[in-house]
Write a new protein. Structure first.
Length: 460
């Protein structure tokens, strides 16, 4: 417990004194966690529930955590302060959170952890809770990677070690659910994390019907799976609302609106690149395919915004590209290179102006659907394949720079892609808490087999 920092002294005693046995614990760890979990945290507070906000410390710097917490006006009740390599972070979360939950359990509390998506924290925290007999509420449950059936498509061929692609036909192919296959373990370790989290989950809050299909196929109880949408909708719409209230720019913590800092972005007509997946940044073939496509776009005069993260910068160094990237910035005023921005309002303000987003992120595929911006996903498959099936997202396998460039140019302000239906719901945090409250009215989140099968009865 010594490694855990608390927002105030006597935290355990304070929680122990709360009148209700149930304590809702919203866990955050990464930037996407903060964006998607805080709407649920605020909804629980609004309804008068006893709720704790816990940070594992997985993301801890200002750009990925601190700035956003300030922006959303929240302060974690505790921080596990995990540090180190992946296996160290996993073990620290299980050990430290497990100990904290054991203390609360000894004080008569039934903790209801809310874990999000496919993060290392979701996997480890749900494990820690399950060891104490607490089942989690899995927010963004059931996300599984589907891969297009490339052999079946017959829309691409290899000619002299170059790929030829009929992009219009490819988009049509992707919009048919029957043309996707299961089995991918990418992204790594996220697909492992989300599957492990599911096994310790008592309520699966699935974003879309496709995710419910996956969960049912894996044997989870139908009455504990609810299709609720994705809470990124609530965060995105709140950011858009604030943007429209304050005018065309946002005012960031650095004292300058994002469009004052980068006036070119306010005019739109740019592509936002994001390359940070481990499998892309560790493979020179994949990374160079994406990088060369971006470079070609820059040199052709297209405006490019590249947001870098830790893995991006490591890849530049790993593949000897750091000086070349710096030279591109100096030579081409249409190339904007920036570290990740600390405030979500800045992200959404800029993204709302983009012509297309080229990304290997999961959450950005969702955000582009909410914003109505065409998306090109720089992977072999997608854990948000529903967005491609809906028509607003193209899968661009990172094997050939020319094909990636062509797909981005095809998607650039593409009117048909911009008309793709919004698939991630409305008022999602309300729907999520409605589901939790309904189940709590009839029992607990953790459910034994006699309860599940209807054999439970009181002992006289």
């Amino acid at each position: 417990m010594d490694q855990i920092s608390f927002a105030h002294a006597g935290f355990l005693e304070t929680v122990a004194g709360w009148p209700d046995a149930n304590v809702h614990l919203i866990l955050i760890a990464t930037k996407p966690d903060i964006i998607k979990q805080i709407p649920l945290y605020k909804e629980l507070q609004k309804r008068g529930h006893q709720v704790i906000l816990g940070h594992t410390g997985q993301h801890y710097d200002e750009n990925l955590s601190g700035g956003m917490l300030k922006e959303f006006g929240v302060q974690p009740d505790f921080n596990l302060n995990v540090r180190g390599s992946m296996h160290e972070v996993v073990s620290q979360i299980i050990g430290r959170l497990g100990g904290l939950l054991a203390e609360l359990k000894a004080r008569g509390k039934i903790v209801i952890p809310y874990v999000h998506g496919d993060t290392t924290t979701a996997m480890a925290a749900s494990n820690a809770a399950y060891c104490q007999g607490f089942s989690s509420v899995h927010v963004e449950a059931g996300i599984r990677t589907l891969t297009p059936d490339y052999e079946k498509s017959e829309k691409w061929t290899v000619k002299s070690e170059k790929y030829s692609w009929d992009i219009e036909a490819w988009r049509t192919f992707l919009m048919d659910r029957k043309n996707w296959k299961r089995g991918s373990q990418e992204p790594y370790p996220e697909q492992f994390n989300t599957r492990c989290s599911e096994a310790a989950t008592g309520i699966h809050l699935a974003p879309v019907e496709l995710d419910r299909e996956f969960l049912l196929a894996e044997g989870y109880s139908e009455d504990r799976i609810a299709v609720v949408g994705n809470s990124v909708v609530d965060a995105t719409e709140e950011a858009l609302k604030k943007m429209h209230q304050s005018g065309s720019t946002t005012r960031a913590s650095h004292g300058m609106g994002i469009f004052e800092k980068y006036p070119m972005l306010e005019q739109g007509n740019f592509v936002r690149f994001c390359i940070h997946r481990r499998e892309n940044c560790l493979s020179e073939t994949r990374f160079r395919s994406i990088y060369d496509a971006m470079k070609n776009l820059i040199e052709s005069g297209r405006t490019v915004l590249l947001i870098t993260m830790i893995q991006t910068n490591l890849a530049f160094e790993r593949f000897g590209l750091k000086s070349e990237v710096e030279a591109l910035v100096k030579k081409h005023p249409n190339f904007i290179l920036s570290d990740v921005w600390p405030e979500y309002g800045d992200v959404i303000a800029a993204m709302s102006k983009a012509s297309v987003c080229a990304t290997d992120s999961g959450s950005m595929q969702e955000e582009m659907n909410v914003l109505g911006i065409p998306c090109v996903t720089l992977r072999f498959g997608s854990d948000r394949s529903e967005s491609a099936i809906a028509g607003g997202n193209l899968i661009a396998p990172p094997v050939d720079a020319g094909i990636i460039q062509q797909m981005i140019e095809y998607a650039w302000d593409n009117p048909e892609m911009k008309k793709a239906p919004k698939i991630y719901g409305k008022n999602v945090s309300v729907a999520c808490i409605d589901v939790v409250e309904k189940i709590l009215q009839s029992g607990s989140i953790f459910r034994s087999d006699e309860e599940r099968l209807g054999f439970a009865r009181s002992v006289k």
